[in-house]
Design a protein around this ligand. Structure first.
Ligand SMILES: Nc1ncnc2c1ncn2[C@@H]1O[C@H](COP(=O)(O)OP(=O)(O)OP(=O)(O)O)[C@@H](O)[C@H]1O
Length: 252
């Protein structure tokens, strides 16, 4: 199993006899229920189906409290469904142990958050090198070069030694994008990536994220309230009271 999981991040999925590629991530009838302190159950997700393929760019919009972050946490294998299944590259995630999930997540998933979540005491270069500390072999030994190349790719090649507080919000989010992409993840999950930026900066940062994700062939899923950000995606979903449906761009 370990061998198989190790092979996952670089594998390209199989192609069926019908010529259909296997989804990178497949959710079937996923629910998520939590028990509240008063012992009541809160049903957050009510049976979500979703196929995510390599190269997809998906936006998910929905009101506050509709379950977007809960869904993203399941897609990122941070949480498991209460019922239903999630498969990553055809492998049921529910059958994996916590460590296996963490290894797969580290190698195959990049996260981008609204508040950037950079390490304040570390330079831009050190921040981007951090995920590579968990990589194996060549990527581990070449971590400084990989991180510096990635910062160059997001236009920060001359700011490698800067600490986050010396960078603007847009620059900090570009560091976070470099950090999310430095291990060449197959899935990038962005939770309100422009939420802390002004409109123009948000648009340019999101344009950059979409571009580097497309170049790398990864699938990108963006949760957003911003219609301009949602418009950059190729598929648009609306999450309403824990139910996901295909939406139009206008629904954003
Ligand atoms: N562990 C938990 N315990 C109790 N309630 C929870 C838990 N996780 C989520 N919730 C509740 O479930 C609902 C959905 O939460 P979630 O964070 O997924 O929504 P969201 O769509 O991302 O909201 P927002 O846009 O405001 O971030 C909310 O009402 C939230 O308070």
């Amino acid at each position: 199993m370990t061998q198989f999981i190790d092979a996952l991040p670089g594998s390209s999925g199989w192609v069926s006899a019908a010529g259909e590629t296997q989804p990178l991530v497949r959710l079937r009838n996923v629910t998520r229920t939590v028990r509240l302190p008063d012992n009541e159950e809160l049903h957050i997700l009510g049976g979500v189906d979703l196929d995510v393929r390599q190269g997809d760019h998906i936006s998910i919009v929905g009101r506050s409290g509709s379950g977007k972050s809960t869904l993203l946490n399941i897609l990122g294998m941070l949480d498991l469904p209460s019922t239903g299944t999630i498969e990553f590259d055809g492998v049921p995630v529910g059958n994996m142990g916590g460590n296996q999930r963490a290894v797969l997540r580290g190698a195959a998933v990049g996260f981008i958050f609204q508040q950037f979540n950079l390490l304040a005491e570390r330079t831009a270069l050190e921040n981007v090198m951090t995920p590579l500390l968990y990589a194996k072999g060549r990527d581990f030994w070449r971590r400084e070069k990989l991180a510096s190349d990635m910062l160059g790719r997001v236009g920060l090649g001359s700011r490698l030694q800067e600490k986050p507080q010396r960078l603007s919000g847009g620059e900090q989010q570009r560091v976070a994008i470099a950090r999310a992409l430095v291990r060449s993840p197959r899935l990038i999950l962005a939770d309100e990536p422009t939420g802390a930026l002004d409109i123009a900066t948000g648009q340019s940062v999101m344009g950059l994220l979409a571009e580097v994700a497309e170049e790398s062939g990864a699938a990108l899923i963006t949760i957003t309230h911003d219609p301009n950000v949602a418009a950059l995606a190729h598929s648009h979903y609306l999450l309403e009271s824990g139910h996901l449906r295909l939406g139009s761009e206008a629904a954003a």
